[in-house]
Design a binder for this molecule. Structure first.
Ligand SMILES: [Mn+2]
Length: 424
């Protein structure tokens, strides 16, 4: 299905008067140059949607179909196109191989291009066995003590790079499920050494203008140990590979109460933060909608990201991606909410008075420091988001537009109730 741009303009027209008044109120508090800077940053900010996020997800206990889900890679890209048209913030797709191997690369590229979507980081998969594969990953992939399994996993990653090159992607994200369920199951040093050697072998096939992004996670699917368990291990491996290798932070991949904003600051200072995956959690790697549980934490993380983007030229631009599982909500509504939460936190972080904060830190004014951060956090920045959307041709209220245009109803009419996205 396609949304007529005029329908979006008509919906926006209805909000126009109220929006103007709300924006004027905000601009009475902050300077025009600051609000203009924030609006332009919001317009430029683009987050990749992963190709596995367009259908209903599930847990190991079950999965509940949503209806109208995309049944092919083309339909997934079309769905991202819909979210992008409504938000103008989702101008990239992150592909998962082998769930989404393009059959006709040229056609897929053309489709994405027509919808204003570029190909962001490619994701390899060595956490599942593929049909007909010679070796199993039951006991690990890049870390396996079985040399043939390692070689198969390395070859798969190289194949993912080759596919990505044809699509115009510039990075490969590696997340390993490799780990142990029981003490003594493997030798920590042996599997870490294998992993380093395997990553170096993949890195050797990385095109000159590509990045290797190494994701970490403390536990799950293995419950005793994980080979790349934390940012330190990822950072060490990225350094061992070389200057095109970076650490990727996924919000859900930390033990409860980990100070993620401090990790962000440390990595950016060292020029080694390569990518960021958004989600939220209460207990573990819950994959809930970003900002749904801990919005202040999200703000504090963005506060460090903004500081890093403004002060750390040694750190390259980041690959942003939503990595959540949409189990109960309509996946497209969930993604629209996620993009909104990300932009709210980003805008709040951009409003932090950095000069005043530095001054308060230098004069050891602890209460003042807190005031400055919370002043920005408590600002209702939604008029800035609306203005950015108005200017970029997005819907001022993307979720409301999605509902009033009856997008899901039309998708169900087109695709039926019983389709299932690949990989889910
Ligand atoms: Mn992730």
């Amino acid at each position: 299905m396609k949304i007529d741009q005029q329908q979006i303009a008509d919906l926006n027209q209805k909000h126009s008067d109220l929006h103007k008044r709300q924006l004027e109120n905000l601009m009475a508090v902050f300077s025009g140059s600051l609000t203009e800077k924030v609006i332009n940053k919001l317009i430029d900010f683009q987050v990749a949607l992963p190709s596995w996020a367009l259908g209903a997800g599930g847990t190991r206990f079950g999965r509940f179909s949503y209806g109208g889900e995309p049944g092919s890679l083309e339909q997934k890209i079309e769905d991202i196109g819909l979210v992008h048209q409504l938000t103008k913030t989702a101008g990239a797709v992150s592909l998962h191989i082998p769930w989404d191997i393009p059959e006709d690369i040229h056609a897929v590229k053309q489709l994405a291009n027509s919808l204003g979507i570029v190909f962001d980081a490619m994701n390899s998969n060595t956490f599942q066995d593929q049909e007909g594969a010679g070796k199993s990953y039951r006991h690990g992939s890049l870390s396996s003590v079985d040399k043939a399994a390692r070689e198969q996993a390395i070859a798969h990653n190289i194949e993912v790079i080759r596919i990505g090159e044809q699509l115009g992607s510039k990075s490969l994200t590696v997340w390993l499920a490799d780990g142990a369920n029981f003490p003594g199951q493997y030798n920590f040093q042996t599997v870490l050494q294998h992993t380093e050697d395997s990553l170096k072998a993949i890195y050797g096939h990385l095109p000159e203008d590509w990045k290797l992004l190494i994701e970490y996670k403390p536990y799950e699917p293995n419950f005793y140990s994980t080979v790349i368990q934390d940012w330190g291990t990822s950072f060490m491996l990225a350094n061992a590979c070389g200057e095109k290798a970076f650490t990727l932070v996924d919000l859900g991949h930390h033990l409860p109460n980990t100070n993620i904003e401090q990790i962000v600051a440390t990595l950016m200072m060292k020029g080694k933060l390569g990518g960021f995956h958004f989600n939220d959690s209460k207990y573990g790697d819950d994959d809930l909608t970003v900002g749904a549980i801990k919005p202040y934490t999200l703000f504090l993380i963005f506060n460090e990201l903004v500081y890093g983007m403004e002060n750390n030229p040694q750190n390259p631009p980041l690959a942003w991606m939503i990595d959540a599982s949409h189990n109960i909500k309509d996946p497209l509504e969930d993604l629209i909410q996620s993009l909104d939460a990300i932009l709210v936190a980003y805008a709040q972080a951009l409003l932090v008075d950095r000069e005043a904060l530095r001054e308060a830190q230098q004069t050891r004014d602890v209460a003042g420091c807190q005031e400055i951060l919370q002043e920005a956090y408590r600002t209702d920045v939604r008029p800035l988001l609306k203005e950015a959307r108005m200017r970029s041709g997005a819907a001022v209220h993307p979720l409301e537009a999605y509902r009033s245009l009856q997008v899901r109803k039309q998708l169900i009419e087109e695709r039926g109730m019983k389709v299932r996205a690949t990989g889910l």
